[in-house]
Design a protein around this ligand. Sequence first.
Ligand code: SAH
Length: 223
Amino acid sequence: MSITPLQLQGIGMTSQRTRDRLVARLKDKGIKNQDVLEVMANTPRHIFVDEALSHKAYEDTALPIGFNQTISQPYTVAKMTEIILEAGPVDNVLEIGTGCGYQTLVLSQLVKRVYSVERIAPLQKKARERMQLLRVNNVRFQHSDGNWGWPEEGPFDAILSCAAPESIPTDLLDQLNLGGRLLMPVGPDGKQMLHLLIKEEDGVTRKIIEPVNFVPMLSGTQK
Ligand code: SAH
């Protein structure tokens, strides 16, 4: 299997014009970081969804990716990436919930190294294959339960979760560098808020960013 240049480039509803329209919408919604906007314009979201849905790939909505999971809404991906980069260059980031790998690909273009964990094996496998086809070589994947982070590869400058726990798993804070940022949706369906925790010398500061809508963070792994 391979991705042809034409497939990557996209036509019609997946063309550059359609992508630019999405980026204009992201700007309207308040995304300001130029690097993030540029990456959003250049990242082919249509190759991460089923072909039957590719005409919707550049709408600002979440879409199904199988296994009861969704590809995150572009605005949310852009917003989370912008927050991660707010304090300056990021060396390494841990992503919890690879899903189809779209957020992973966005991150890989803006930080040095990405570590991404996913609990559903087939999703993880497919994301890894996509990254190989795209010749992305600064991402490492692991099939595991992100509640435990990835201690062997930490500490991280940032940890970003695409799944919402009821409360923040405390192990994750131990895997942050000083000044590191943990960005995570927290709370039950319909009542989730995006939380930003920053590890300081004298403790952890917490900011609540805005309401969000993510799939729940589950425990254990699935074959
Ligand atoms: N950014 C991804 C979002 C996928 S949805 C994308 O755009 O595709 C969130 C993902 O988190 C799902 O794939 C789900 O299986 C995964 N997930 C949920 N709980 C998890 C856990 N404890 N550890 C790792 N991944 C988890």
